[in-house]
Every structure is written in C-alpha cells, then in structure tokens.
Design a protein around this ligand. Structure first.
Ligand code: FE
Ligand code: CA
Length: 522
C-alpha cells in the first residue's frame, strides 16, 4: 500500500514522476530515422507557480532509457537504448535513431526508474526516389507565451500534419512589461530579461511546460529554425544592442539553450560547445527531402546577416528606409543568408531541378520575402529588417531560382506576425517581370502584431503582387501537397487569449504544378 512507503521512497517516486515536465519531441527526419529529444528537470518549472512537488534540481548526469515501437502499445519494439542527460547540456537528451523503414509512423517514449513519458509519435520521410501521393505540412512562428494561449497547437494536432516547420521566435527573451500593455496579457511569468545560459534554459522550460505545445511535439517530427528572439530582439549576426562583449555572451547562451531544447542532430553544434562563440556556432539551416514530392530548404536568416543598412552598431534598429534616405541599402555586398548559405541554397535548387527530381522546392525562412513598399510608387519606403532591407541579396535568390529553374517554388515565412500571400516576381523593381513563385508568410501563433489592419490594407493597396494581408489574427498554416497541387490553408484563432479558442480557415490558396503564382480558392 502506498501509504506504508517510507517518506524517502515517496520523495524518490515523486522526483522520478516529475523528471519529464518539459515533454518530448522528435525532429530532423530522414528516410531511415529521426532525432528523439527530451530534457529532464528536477525542480519546479521556473517562472510560474507550478504544481508543487518535492523534486530537487538535478546535479549529476542521469541515464534514461528510450524505446521506438511499431505500435502505440509498445508490443513490437523495433529499437531501444539508453542515453545520458548531461548537466553540461542542461540535462537534455538527443538520440539519433537510424536503420528504420522509410515513410512510416513510429511511437517512442523515454523512461527513468518508474517515470515514463507519455507515448509520442513520429515518422520517417519517404525514400529518396518515391513520389508519394500526398503529405500535409504545418508551420508556425512567433509564440510569445504571455501574449496568448497555444490553442493553435491544439487545433494543429487535430489537423494531423506529417511534418511541422517552426520558422523562428520559439521563445521571447523579455521580462514582463513594467506597465500593463494595451492588449491585456493572457498569462504572466516571473522570469527576468534573458541574458545568460541559465536564463535562456529557464525560458525554454517555461514555454515547454505548455501542454498544447507538448502535445504538438508528440504528434509528428519538427524541423526548426530560429529568428531574433531566441537571443535578442532585432540582433543581426554578431551585432546586438548593448556592449559587444555582453551581446556575444548573450548570443552564446541563447545558442546553447536553443540546441539543448530542440530536436537537432549533434552535428548542428558544428564546432562543439567550445565553438559557440564562433561565426558559425550552430548549423540551423537544413534540407529535408520528402521523397520526390518536396524538398524543404530550411534557412537561417539571423546568424549570418549583415547589420541593417544605416543602423548604428550597438543601437536599436531604426525605422523605414529607402535608397534615397539610406544609399547603403542598395550595396550589392550586403547579405541576409551569408555567402556559405547562399551557395548552399543555389546548390539545393540545382539538385531539385536536375531531372526534375523534386516537384516542390520549398524555401522556408524567417520573415517576409516579397517587397512591401510602404509608399505609392515611384516613392519608396521599406522595412530595413526583412528582405526589403537586403534587396541585392533577395535578387540573388531570385536570379538563382530563374537560373536553376526548379519545377515549382514556394516561399514560407513568419516574423511579421501577419498573414501575407504574394506573387513572387522575378524582379520586384520591375512589376511587369514574370511571376516565378508564390509566398505564404504565416501569422504569429500567439505574439501580438501591433500593426492596425487599416495600415496593412493600405500597404496591400499600394503593392499589387500582395494578394492578402491580415494583421489582426493569430494562428498557423497548413499546406496540403500533392504532385499536381499545393494548397495553403490559413488557419486563424477566434481569440488567442482563450485556451479553448476555436479555429477557422481565413482563406485557401492553390498553386498548380508548372504554373508559377497562386490564386485564392476559398
Ligand atoms: Fe516574433
Ligand atoms: Ca522576429
């Protein structure tokens, strides 16, 4: 009988039961495997009054067991093993499973003593030469915890995608605002502004404690990138606000915590933990081939970007610019991806195009790719933080797309907390240039937008290639992909401040095979 257990045994049991309050995740899927992730936490979830338990913070390494099975009941276990959660990596666990069969769902769980994680599901991608009949993609970005509930993930899980792409701003580094904001907060925490490794670890723990986010991680593999708030608002490459030394320390802490908390391969730490201060510290850009149906080129538009044109190093990002107010904007040397990643993308587009290997080339990146002129042509005014601040770099991507000519190209984005659907022209400076791709920039999962819908309407009116622009809704995006059609559904919440919020489809757009550009169908 439980009540007869000695007190130390109670504590031990409770401690083990609470080792996995941050859930599990899987990611980086290949045709024969994936990464399984968890992170142990001994004490309470930082920043909130969590369910009280007697667990103490973990000190030394902890060994956990993992299992992968064909069935949810784990009667047919196909692989198992053990892994060590090391204090040096925040007691995170990254298991790289290989040797599995392509295009199949698997179930997995972690265990330690009598503590077992909930059963989770993940999958391998189709074999390299398989042109499968369909797949369902979901993508999201910008999930500021205090500004909304994660009802979006509850609905995304019901939509049952095969793969999630996370496009950046998984956490936000801020403390609570000193004064109540215009839009009331959905929830509050007590964490300070993140400045060092432990601060970022605590922030991920807070976010990861959300049950809907955990459930979506349990539902399918994720391929993740980051944006600025995983470190500091509007940072660019090696430049942030404040002193250079303090920013670089922050960047190093934020980068390590990102690796610790994401289902990434160990090879993402390109120079190991010792190399986290170097120019390429974490390899976040990645390529995922879904057989011959689609290739997901996941980009990193943060780590290697030049400072915004006409921004003073160490100071905050400024307002809108044009080539007249800021001639440096037009400098052809300026880059958003960095030269190594630009070449990597060119090579990937060439691979997709060779023998029409890939039906859909998907360029997944952080922010809006298409031009948004805030003024009526011929006057010009642009956001310096998006691709509009790096027009020569954008043109290099467009030129590569025309030169390599993959069969179909679709851009995905986030960051601006607004839904934007655009026709992507070969040259935005020439509105009569051909449409060569489509763009579906998704709104934020929970982060507030701060842009009035009337402002967004005015921008759309001045930019005929923008088919839809909405700032007033939060949500996520579903894409149904077949060999002949790409269908985007913009999924929007009724009320992000409510955990029980409903969801609806704002609009559906289709792209047809070999017909660049998109049209609204619902
Ligand atoms: Fe954001
Ligand atoms: Ca951002």
């Amino acid at each position: 009988m439980a009540t007869s257990l000695p007190r130390w045994a109670w504590s031990q049991t409770l401690r083990q039961r609470h080792l996995f309050p941050l859930g599990v995740a899987s990611g980086a899927p290949s045709a024969d495997g994936f990464v399984l992730w968890t992170r142990l936490l001994g004490g309470p979830v930082p920043g909130i009054a969590s369910a009280a338990h007697e667990g103490a913070p973990l000190t030394g390494p902890v060994t956990v067991q993992w299992q992968v099975a064909d069935d949810e009941a784990f009667t047919r276990i196909v692989q198992s093993g053990q892994a060590t959660a090391e204090p040096a990596l925040g007691h995170s666990v990254h298991v790289e499973v290989t040797g599995l069969r392509p295009d199949r769902w698997y179930f997995y769980r972690f265990m330690h003593g009598d503590a077992v994680t909930p059963v989770a599901r993940t999958r391998t991608v189709p074999a390299a030469d398989a042109l499968v009949a369909r797949m369902r993609l979901a993508y999201a970005s910008c999930q500021r915890w205090e500004q909304g509930h994660y009802a979006g993930y509850r609905h995304m899980a019901k939509d049952n995608p095969d793969l999630v792409l996370f496009l950046g701003d998984y956490i936000y580094e801020y403390a609570m605002p000193a004064r109540p904001p215009a839009t009331p907060l959905a929830r509050t925490h007590t964490l300070r502004l993140a400045e060092n490794l432990q601060d970022y670890r605590d922030r991920y723990a807070l976010y990861k404690s959300d049950p809907h986010l955990q459930a979506m991680h349990r539902a399918c593999p994720w391929v993740v990138s980051w944006d600025d708030h995983e470190v500091q608002n509007d940072y660019a490459g090696l430049f942030g606000t404040g002193s250079e030394a303090s920013f670089l320390q922050r960047r190093q802490g934020g980068y390590q915590a990102f690796y610790e908390n994401m289902p990434l391969r160990a090879s993402a730490l390109v120079s190991g933990l010792q190399g986290l201060g170097s120019n390429e510290a974490v390899r976040v850009h990645s390529r995922t081939s879904y057989g011959r149906l689609a290739t997901f080129h996941m980009m990193d538009t943060r780590q290697f970007r030049d400072l915004e044109a006409c921004r003073v190093p160490g100071e905050r990002a400024g307002g809108a610019i044009s080539n007249q107010t800021c001639p440096a904007r037009a400098d052809p040397k300026r880059t958003l991806l960095g030269t190594v990643q630009e070449r990597w993308l060119d090579e990937g587009l060439a691979q997709d195009a060779a023998g029409e290997r890939t039906r859909w080339s998907v360029l997944a990146q952080q922010t809006i790719f298409s031009q948004r002129n805030y003024k009526a042509a011929p006057e010009e005014s642009f956001n310096p933080n998006t691709w509009d601040g790096y027009p020569a770099a954008r043109q290099r991507v467009l030129d590569a797309m025309q030169a390599k000519a993959p069969r179909n190209a679709v851009f995905l984005g986030g960051d601006i907390h607004q839904n934007y659907v655009c026709q992507v022209h070969a040259d935005f400076a020439r509105p009569d240039s051909p449409v060569i791709a489509s763009e579906f920039c998704g709104t934020s999962l929970s982060s507030a937008s701060g842009v009035a819908q009337s402002t967004t309407d005015a921008i759309r009116a001045k930019n005929p290639h923008i088919l839809l622009a909405r700032s007033d809704q939060r949500g996520y995006v579903i894409a149904d992909v077949t060999p002949t059609e790409w269908t985007t559904s913009l999924r929007v919440l009724d009320d992000v401040s409510k955990e029980a919020s409903g969801v609806s489809t704002l609009a559906r757009f289709v792209v047809n095979d070999r017909r660049p550009g998109t049209e609204q169908v619902g």
